[in-house]
Write a protein that binds this ligand. Structure first.
Ligand code: NAD
Ligand code: DAU
Length: 353
């Protein structure tokens, strides 16, 4: 079996569902269930013995050590993190605690476990660390996309904490020989994404006729990757990635935030027109910019395609259509999420209005 950390979050839960469907191999899922973790994402596996859930913190070394000894995983897929840039600006402490200290604790326990393995089991073991393109900093309009050789230049407490965790993983490979793999991925979107991130936030605000907040001039650029494509990329890297290497994963879909928001609004106009028949885009509202807002991210994903044959299957147009349709079909999931904690976050970030 494999051990997944953060498997109740957005990408982790998509990954577990995808993994079991694609491989049939069992997973043990260690997740703290912060505001971002949601076991409802995994309800379809409720009676499936191939998914074992353990609520706990990656900083709890005793628990991690016990889980490794009990389940004897052949690989770790490490998603657990604080993941929202705006939250890292309001309160960086949790980001240091989970993303840096937590990754360190996990690496220490995994190193001890791996060193105790023998022969084939030891040789086949893998630690796959899921990271972000944000570690590379911000690009100008004419800069080439990030490659695996781009220098690290993180600009937010979130990206700095992820960069630190990447460096720890690298060091554990070079110093101790731990068989690591690192993936640096662009912006994911799809089912089960917590509505603090741009796409689900816009969707939900539009459906409730609230303003659609655009930071700054709306011309910041992100590369968008459908979450199912990310899951397939992780499977490919786990199966064939070269030890100690990093792989950039991207969708070849650079879009300005305004483009993304207009696309979401147009799909909603088609699938669920507003009661007043106005286009949803009329709700677009420019708000104060994010401090230190990176202007552009773009990913050169040639290495993973060349070495492992992975490339995204979805275009932005097909992926975003599926995503909007999924939210409209799963308003029950949304309603359960839009709890007191979420309302508190909206008030902190966007004010009471
Ligand atoms: P998420 O915030 O939706 O989920 C994170 C999960 O980790 C939650 O289930 C949470 O409960 C859990 N968690 C947090 N702290 C923990 C701790 N101390 N111990 C155990 N579990 C803990 O995040 P996501 O968007 O699914 O991102 C997953 C990973 O992928 C993160 O490492 C993130 O940096 C990386 N990533 C995300 C994106 C993106 O677009 N969302 C892109 C590239 C990389
Ligand atoms: O690039 C990968 C990263 O993508 C991941 O590492 C992060 O975990 C993930 O959260 C995401 O970070 P971003 O900051 O790019 O995502 P977010 O959805 O927060 O914002 C996307 C863009 O939209 C960004 O330029 C900020 C802007 N934005 C966001 C929000 C929430 C707005 O204009 N208005 C908003 O209300």
């Amino acid at each position: 079996m494999i051990l997944v950390t953060g498997g109740a979050g957005f990408i982790g839960s998509n990954f577990i569902l995808d993994w079991i469907a694609a491989t049939g191999e069992a997973t043990v899922n260690l997740d703290k269930l912060t505001y971002a973790g949601n076991l409802e994402n995994l309800v379809s596996l409720k009676d499936d013995s191939r998914h074992v859930f353990v609520r706990g913190d990656i900083n709890d070394r005793e628990l991690v050590g016990r889980m490794l000894a009990e389940h004897q995983p052949r690989a770790i897929i490490h998603f657990a993190a604080e993941s929202h840039v705006d939250r890292s600006i309001h309160g960086p402490g949790e980001f240091i605690q989970t993303n840096i200290n937590g990754t360190f604790s996990l690496l220490e326990e995994v190193r001890a476990y791996w060193q105790g393995l023998q022969g084939e089991e030891k040789a086949a073991f893998r630690f796959l660390h899921v990271s972000t393109d944000e570690v590379y900093g911000s690009l100008g309009p004419n800069d080439p996309p990030f490659t695996e050789a781009t220098a690290y230049a993180p600009n937010s407490p979130y990206s700095a904490s992820k960069a630190a965790s990447d460096h720890l993983v690298r060091a554990y490979h070079h110093t101790y020989g731990l068989p690591t793999l690192t993936t640096n991925c662009s912006n994911n979107y799809g089912a089960f994404q917590f509505p603090e991130k741009l796409i689900p936030l816009i969707l939900l605000n539009a459906l409730t006729a609230k303003p659609l907040p655009i930071y700054g001039d709306g011309l910041n650029v992100r590369d968008w990757l459908y979450v199912g494509d990310h899951c397939a990329a992780i499977r490919a890297v786990l199966a064939g990635g070269r030890l100690g290497e990093t792989y950039n994963i991207g969708g070849w879909n650079e879009k300005t935030n305004l483009d993304v928001v207009h696309t979401v609004c147009a799909i909603l106009d088609e699938l669920k027109p507003a009661a007043d028949h106005k286009p949803y885009a009329a709700l677009i509202t420019y708000v104060k910019d994010r401090p230190g807002h990176d202007r552009r991210y773009a990913i050169d994903a040639h290495k993973v395609e060349r070495e492992l044959g992975w490339k995204p299957m979805e275009t932005f147009e097909t992926g975003i259509h599926k995503t909007v349709a999924w939210y409209l079909d799963n308003m029950g999931w949304v309603e359960n999420i839009v709890s007191g904690e979420y309302q508190k976050w909206l008030a902190t970030q966007y004010g009471k209005g």
